[in-house]
Design a protein around this ligand. Structure first.
Ligand code: FES
Length: 125
């Protein structure tokens, strides 16, 4: 197993829900989602959280991507910043625990199961 490689959770901090103001940026749903995930993960060494500005799925906020060295990467869209923090962490755990990063569909939390919008193979070594 590849358990020593942390799963990086990229979170789009600039995502906005419909009708949400552009400013302040810290008021956007994406930024709040990032803050909630960062707080929930705290010092858990299995994960690293990385804020990013735009994951190119702006019309489907909020957005996160899971990635790790030598593993498949997954993007998830249409996430709710307030209610799906724990579900995102549960998916990150699945990504961390699998040797190749493939996140088993049936083990994903139901609320997030169909929210995967991209799946990218690991870079060739
Ligand atoms: S602003 Fe979040 S994906 Fe573009």
């Amino acid at each position: 197993m590849n358990q020593n490689v942390p799963t990086i959770i990229f979170v789009c901090t600039t995502c906005r829900s419909a009708g949400e103001a552009f400013e302040p940026e810290t008021g956007r749903s994406g930024f709040k989602f990032y803050e909630a995930l960062k707080h929930a993960i705290d010092a858990d060494k299995r994960f690293k959280i990385q804020p990013v500005e735009c994951l190119s799925s702006c019309d489907k906020s909020c957005n996160v991507t899971f990635a790790a060295k030598n593993k498949w990467s997954y993007g998830f869209s249409g996430l709710d910043a307030l209610s799906q923090t724990q579900d995102v962490i549960d998916v990150a755990k699945l990504h961390y625990e699998t040797p190749d990063g493939v996140i088993p569909w049936f083990e994903r939390p139901e609320s997030i199961r169909t929210k995967s919008t991209s799946r990218t193979p690991p870079l060739p070594t």
